[in-house]
Design a protein around this ligand. Structure first.
Ligand code: CO
Length: 134
């Protein structure tokens, strides 16, 4: 069920400043910003040889990042995304094991145009886990 790490996400207060850090200071390749209103975020991807870093900035008034950035004003690691081959089978298995799925528990289309699902951090050692079907 749990495949390779697709990306590690970092919540940032100001996306342009975070892009400058990764692109100019660290010399990485950074994608163009992409707004995802249904997720309440604007996102860029930092391309690395073995994985990606997703930089997330809040978008809109009801962004799920707002309370996270209140607790972590400088930003911080927000979630880890694992690839999975069958997201509906994964959701079913997790639900029957008693794990909580965020939102309505159904996969949504994520930043890569593929179905994603978020798992409740209280059921996973305080870590927000995203599953992405590949
Ligand atoms: Co993500």
């Amino acid at each position: 069920m749990l495949g390779r790490i697709n990306h590690i996400a970092i919540a940032v207060p100001i996306l342009e400043e975070a892009v400058e850090i990764y692109r100019d200071m660290l010399g990485a390749t950074v994608s163009e910003p992409q707004s995802l209103p249904e997720h309440g975020v604007t996102v860029v991807f930092v391309e690395l040889p073995n994985t990606k870093i997703e930089l997330l900035e809040p978008l809109g008034d009801s962004s799920p990042l707002a309370s996270f950035l209140e607790r972590n004003p400088a930003g911080g690691i927000h979630h880890i995304c694992h690839e999975t081959t069958d997201i509906n089978a994964a959701a079913e298995r997790l639900r029957s094991a008693g794990a909580r799925l965020l939102g309505d528990g159904r996969p949504k289309i994520g930043a890569h145009g593929k179905p994603v699902l978020f798992l409740h951090p209280k059921d996973f050692n305080g870590t927000l886990i995203e599953l992405e079907e590949v």
